[in-house]
Design a protein around this ligand. Structure first.
Ligand SMILES: [Zn+2]
Length: 158
């Protein structure tokens, strides 16, 4: 299996999103995966989707690159990169499309958030520290933080 096909499956990337590039940095113990919406492909307006309308719109432009922390690949910190498209809906104007791997304003994939919450439920903040790192820094400078609070706290380290 090719690397792109492998990451498409393990990240749960749904068509037409595509894994475009995978960069491995052995020294930094880091993998960066580029996921993009194909050029020229129309997309659903997110507001219309919430109203159960299937409005397909042309891509207006793309947002600047965003990065999401994902679960590690072996011992490598893994990050998803994307330039999320914005559509021009005739009813709602210019809107950023929804993505499958994270919530709208999140900087962590759904799977990473699930992992972080499970680890916090199972351990104190002190025990959790060695397992999840963001940009080389431990998530919690202090142990024993309530489990939902660190998700927003982690964003400060991105
Ligand atoms: Zn719309």
């Amino acid at each position: 299996m090719e690397d792109k096909a492998l990451y498409t499956q393990i990240l749960g990337i749904q068509s037409p999103w595509e894994v475009m590039d995978i960069e491995l940095d052995i020294d930094q113990e880091r993998i960066d995966i580029s996921v993009e919406w194909p050029a020229g492909m129309q997309a659903h307006c997110p507001v219309c989707q919430k109203e159960n309308k299937e409005t397909l719109c042309k891509i207006h432009d793309r947002r600047k690159e965003r990065v999401w922390r994902h679960l590690d690949t072996c011992q490598m910190k893994t990050f998803i990169h994307s330039h999320i498209p914005r559509v021009k809906c005739p009813e709602h104007g210019i809107k950023t499309i929804t993505i499958d791997w994270a919530d709208e304003m999140a900087r962590f994939s759904h799977l990473f958030e699930g992992f972080a919450i499970q680890m916090l439920k199972m351990s104190s903040g002190r025990m959790f520290n060695p397992y999840v790192w963001i940009s080389g820094k431990p998530i919690f400078p202090e142990p024993a933080v309530m489990y939902r609070k660190p998700i927003s706290f982690m964003i400060a380290f991105m």
